[in-house]
Design a binder for this molecule. Structure first.
Ligand code: GLN
Ligand code: ZN
Length: 763
C-alpha cells in the first residue's frame, strides 16, 4: 500500500509559540529549560498531528532553534572559525550568537532559501573546516520521537546541496569547496550511523540543488559521495523540490539510494522521465499537494494519476506535499474572521495533512471510503472556479488599460537627473534611510489597540501622526537629507497595502517563518486586484507638511507584493503582477499630485522571484521589469523614483535592474563586503545608487571609519555624483538608541567624504 509522508512541518507553532519563547530567552526573561520545553511540546504536537493523519512516518529534523541549515552545520562540526566555538560542546546561547552575532563577531550571513522567503544561515567554510562532529540535538529528537511511539523519518540536507550553499570568505574566497566533500561525507556517514543505531529505517536526504543549473563537476560529485553514504542499515529517500530535476533523473537513479521524491506541483512534466529511470525496487514519492501555496488541492483531479501510479508501482508509491510545509501557515482552524467561502478554498499545513490522508485512504480503500471528504472538496473547488472565472473577466478589462508608453519615463535618465538636481537641491552624497524607523512597543500597542476597537479612528490617527512627527524631528536633528515618515502605521510592508486593495484576504494567524524568530503573515490574493482609494497620500502629505526637507513617499512594488503574498494559481502570475502594478501606479500618481517629489517603490523580493533554472529567467525578468516600470513610469521628469532591494545578489541580473530605470536604487551591501558593488561598477550601472553602508540586522553601531571605508570603496566603482549614503535596509527591527547612534555616524561619514571631495575638486 502506498506510504504517505511529509517533507517537513512548520516549526514555529500555530500561535508562534517558538517565536515568543526565543525572544523571551534572548531578553533573559526565560530560562533555557523553559525554551527547551516549548520546543519539545511543539515537536510532540506536530508529530501527533502527523500520526493522526495516518502518515507512515513523522518528520524529524525539521525543527530548529533558529534555522535547520545552521543546525546541520552545528551537527556536522562546520562552524565559522572566527567565533572560536567547539561544535561538540556548543551551547544554545553560542548557537544563537552564530545566528545573531555577538559583541566581537557579526552574525553569519543569511540568505534566501532557493526561491522562497525563508532565510537560512549560509555555512561558512574554509580549507580548514574539519567536520569532526558537533551537537547531538538531531539524534535527541529522533530518540524523543521513538520514545513517543512514532516512526521517525529524519530529514537532512544532502552533502552536495549543503556544500553548494556554503561560502568561503576572505583569503579563501576562491577556494574550491568541492575539495571538502570527502571530509564532509565522513561527517554524514556518522550522522547516518547515528540514525541506524536508533533503528531508523528511512532517512530523507534533501538535494534541491539538483533543481539548479549545477556545473558538471558538481553533478559528477553525486555518485562518489552517495557511494560512500550507502549503508545496508538504512534506506535513503533522495528529495528534490521547487523545480524539475528531470534532466538529472538518470544520474540520480544510479545513486545507491532507495527512493526519490519529486515536486509534481511546480514541475508535473518531470514524472515520465523519473518513471522511466526508476530502478526496479525504488520508491517514488510524488509531491502532489502544494507545499508553497495555500489553495485546497483538487483531490478528484489528482486521484486518477495516483491510481495509475499505484497500479504500476504498488507500495513503491509514496504520497506527499511537493516540499516541506514550513512555507505555509499551520492551521485554518483559528481563522474565525475569514470569509467562509474563501476559507473553503484553502488548506494550510494541518489541512494538507488531511488531504494526504484522504488521498491515501482513497487509494487504499477506494473512493467510497472518503466520499464525504471528496464531496466537500468538489464543492470548494467548484465555488473557487466559479469565482475565478468571474474575476478573470474583470482582470482582463483592467489589463486592457495597458499600453507600451505606460512603461516608459518621459525622458532618459541623464535628462531627468539634471532636472531633479535642480528641483531637489540635495548635497553631494545625499543621506537617506530605507523607510521604516523603530517599531517601538508603543507603536505596536497603538496598532493593536486600534485593531481591537479600543481606539477611535481619530485617536489612532493622532497617535500615528505623533510618531511621524517624532521620526521627522529626529531625522532633522540627525541632519539627514531625504526624510521618510517612518512607517509607524504599517504592520508589514505587504499586508499594509493588501489591506487597502480589493482582491486580498487576510488571516489572523497565518504566520510563516521568515528567519529566526521572525514570521510574516502573507496575505492571500484571491480575486480582482484594484485600488479603490489612495493608500498613503494623507500620511505622506502630513509628513511633508512637517518639514522643509524632501519627504520620500514609500510604497511596496508589484513584484514584492506578489512574491510575499499567497497568489492565485488560476491565472498567470504576471497577470496578477500587472494588476498590482496598475494599483501602485495610481498611488504614485496621487502622491505626485500631492506634492511628493521623491517616491520609493520597494522591490526587495525582486530577485527571489527568479526561477531556479536560468533558462526560465528571461521570461520572468521580462514581466517583472515591465510590472515595475508600469508602477513607476507615470511621473514627471522632476519626480525622483527610488527603488530598494535587499539580501540579494544582483550581478547576474544587472541589465534588468538597469532596465527598471529607477532614478536611484538603494541596495544591501555591507554584509557582502561590497562585493556586490564590483558588479555594479563593472556593468557601469547608469543611474544613481545607494550601497548600504551598515548592516541593520544587528544592534552593533558601526563606526564612522568603517562607513567611510565602505564609501571610499564605492567611490572607486561609482562616480561620486551618483552615490547615495544609506543603511542596508529599513530600521523597524532596531531600537532608537542604536538607530540614532548609527545614523549620526552615517551622516558624519558622508560629511567626511563630502569634505574630501570638496578638497579634491578645489585642488
Ligand atoms: N521600506 C521598507 C522598510 O524600510 C523596506 C523593507 C525591505 O526592504 N524589506 O522597512
Ligand atoms: Zn531591504
Amino acid at each position: 500500500m502506498a506510504h504517505s509522508h511529509i517533507l517537513g512541518f512548520p516549526r514555529m507553532g500555530a500561535q508562534r509559540e517558538l517565536k515568543f519563547a526565543l525572544e523571551g530567552f534572548w531578553r533573559g526573561e526565560r530560562t533555557e529549560a523553559q525554551l527547551r520545553e516549548v520546543g519539545a511540546t511543539l515537536r510532540s504536537q506536530h508529530w501527533q498531528w502527523q500520526r493522526e493523519a495516518g502518515l507512515s512516518f513523522v518528520s524529524v529534523g525539521d525543527f530548529a532553534w533558529y534555522d535547520q541549515t545552521l543546525s546541520l552545520s552545528a551537527t556536522l562540526g562546520a562552524l565559522p572559525e572566527r567565533f572560536g566555538f567547539d561544535a561538540r560542546s556548543l551551547s544554545l546561547s553560542q548557537y544563537f550568537e552564530l545566528a545573531r552575532g555577538n559583541a566581537a563577531q557579526p552574525a553569519m550571513e543569511m540568505t534566501k532559501w532557493f526561491d522562497t522567503n525563508y532565510h537560512y544561515l549560509v555555512p561558512e567554510l574554509s580549507p580548514h573546516t574539519r567536520f569532526d562532529g558537533g551537537v547531538s540535538w538531531l539524534f535527541d529528537e529522533v530518540d524523543e520521537a521513538i520514545t513517543q511511539g512514532h516512526t521517525p523519518k529524519p530529514v537532512v540536507l544532502g552533502p552536495i546541496t549543503y556544500l553548494w550553499l556554503a561560502k568561503c570568505h576572505g583569503e579563501h574566497a576562491d577556494f574550491d569547496k568541492l575539495t571538502l566533500l570527502p571530509k564532509l561525507v565522513k561527517a554524514y556517514q556518522r550522522i547516518l550511523q547515528g540514525f541506524a543505531e536508533r533503528g531508523v529505517s528511512w532517512v530523507q536526504i534533501d538535494e534541491p540543488a539538483l533543481c539548479l543549473d549545477l556545473p558538471a563537476a558538481w553533478l559528477a560529485a553525486y555518485q562518489p559521495a552517495y557511494d560512500e553514504l550507502a549503508t545496508p542499515a538504512l534506506k535513503l529517500l533522495l528529495a528534490t523540490y521547487f523545480d524539475t530535476a528531470a534532466d538529472h533523473a538518470v544520474l540520480a537513479t544510479q545513486l545507491p539510494v532507495q527512493g526519490f521524491h519529486i515536486d509534481l506541483v511546480r514541475a508535473p512534466e518531470q514524472l515520465p522521465a523519473w518513471r522511466a529511470a526508476l530502478p526496479e525496487h525504488a520508491v517514488l514519492s510524488v509531491g502532489v499537494i502544494d507545499g508553497r501555496n495555500i489553495w485546497r488541492t483538487d483531490l478528484r483531479k489528482q486521484l486518477p494519476l495516483l491510481q495509475a501510479l499505484q497500479s504500476d508501482l504498488q507500495d513503491r508509491l509514496w504520497i506527499a506535499p511537493s516540499c516541506s510545509l514550513q512555507h505555509v501557515p499551520v492551521s485554518l482552524q483559528p481563522e474565525a474572521k475569514l470569509d467562509a467561502e474563501i476559507k473553503s478554498w484553502l488548506a494550510f499545513a494541518r489541512e494538507k495533512l488531511e488531504e494526504i490522508s484522504t488521498l491515501s485512504r482513497a487509494l487504499r480503500e477506494g473512493e467510497a471510503s472518503v466520499a464525504s471528504n471528496l464531496t466537500a472538496c468538489d464543492e470548494a473547488v467548484c465555488s473557487r472556479r466559479h469565482s475565478g472565472r468571474v474575476t478573470q473577466v474583470l482582470v482582463q478589462k483592467r489589463l486592457a488599460r495597458l499600453s507600451p508608453e505606460m512603461a516608459q519615463r518621459h525622458s532618459p535618465f541623464v535628462q531627468r537627473a539634471a532636472v531633479q538636481r535642480e528641483a531637489l537641491q540635495l548635497p553631494p552624497l545625499p543621506t537617506t534611510t530605507i523607510g521604516s524607523f523603530p517599531q517601538t512597543a508603543q507603536i505596536r500597542q497603538t496598532r493593536a489597540a486600534y485593531k481591537r476597537g479600543e481606539l477611535t479612528a481619530l485617536d489612532y490617527l493622532q497617535r500615528i501622526r505623533d510618531e511621524i512627527e517624532l521620526a521627522v524631528r529626529k531625522q532633522e536633528a540627525l541632519g539627514l537629507d531625504v526624510l521618510v515618515h517612518g512607517e509607524a502605521e504599517r504592520n508589514d510592508m505587504v499586508e499594509y497595502f493588501g489591506e487597502q486593495l480589493w482582491g486580498y484576504a487576510f488571516t489572523e494567524n497565518g504566520w510563516v517563518q521568515s528567519y529566526g524568530s521572525r514570521c510574516v503573515k502573507p496575505p492571500i490574493i484571491y480575486g480582482d486586484v484594484f485600488r479603490p482609494d489612495p493608500m498613503t497620500v494623507e500620511t505622506t502629505r502630513y509628513a511633508q507638511s512637517l518639514t522643509e526637507r524632501v519627504m520620500k513617499g514609500m510604497l511596496t512594488g508589484p513584484v514584492t507584493m506578489l512574491q510575499w503574498s499567497f497568489v492565485r494559481d488560476d491565472q498567470p502570475r504576471q497577470a496578477t503582477a500587472l494588476q498590482l502594478a496598475l494599483a501602485i501606479r495610481d498611488e504614485v500618481a496621487d502622491l505626485e499630485k500631492a506634492g511628493i517629489r521623491v517616491i520609493q517603490i520597494d522591490e526587495p523580493a525582486f530577485r527571489e522571484g527568479l526561477p531556479l533554472r536560468q533558462r526560465d529567467w528571461v521570461a520572468y525578468l521580462d514581466w517583472a521589469v515591465h510590472a515595475f516600470q508600469v508602477s513607476a513610469a507615470c511621473v514627471r521628469d522632476d519626480t525622483q523614483i527610488h527603488t530598494h532591494m535587499c539580501y540579494s545578489e544582483f550581478n547576474d541580473i544587472l541589465p534588468s535592474i538597469a532596465a527598471m530605470d529607477a532614478d536611484v536604487i538603494t541596495i544591501e551591501t555591507s554584509r557582502s563586503a561590497m562585493a556586490l558593488l564590483d558588479g555594479f561598477g563593472a556593468f557601469a550601472y547608469p543611474n544613481e545608487i545607494g550601497p548600504g553602508v551598515y548592516d541593520i540586522h544587528s544592534p552593533r553601531v558601526p563606526s564612522v571609519d568603517a562607513m567611510v571605508r565602505l564609501l571610499e570603496r564605492a567611490c572607486e566603482v561609482i562616480p561620486v555624483e551618483r552615490l547615495w549614503v544609506n543603511p542596508d535596509c529599513g530600521l523597524k527591527t532596531r531600537a532608537w538608541p542604536e538607530t540614532e547612534a548609527a545614523l549620526r555616524n552615517m551622516v558624519q561619514a558622508a560629511q567626511v567624504l563630502r569634505e574630501r571631495q570638496g578638497c579634491l575638486s578645489a585642488a
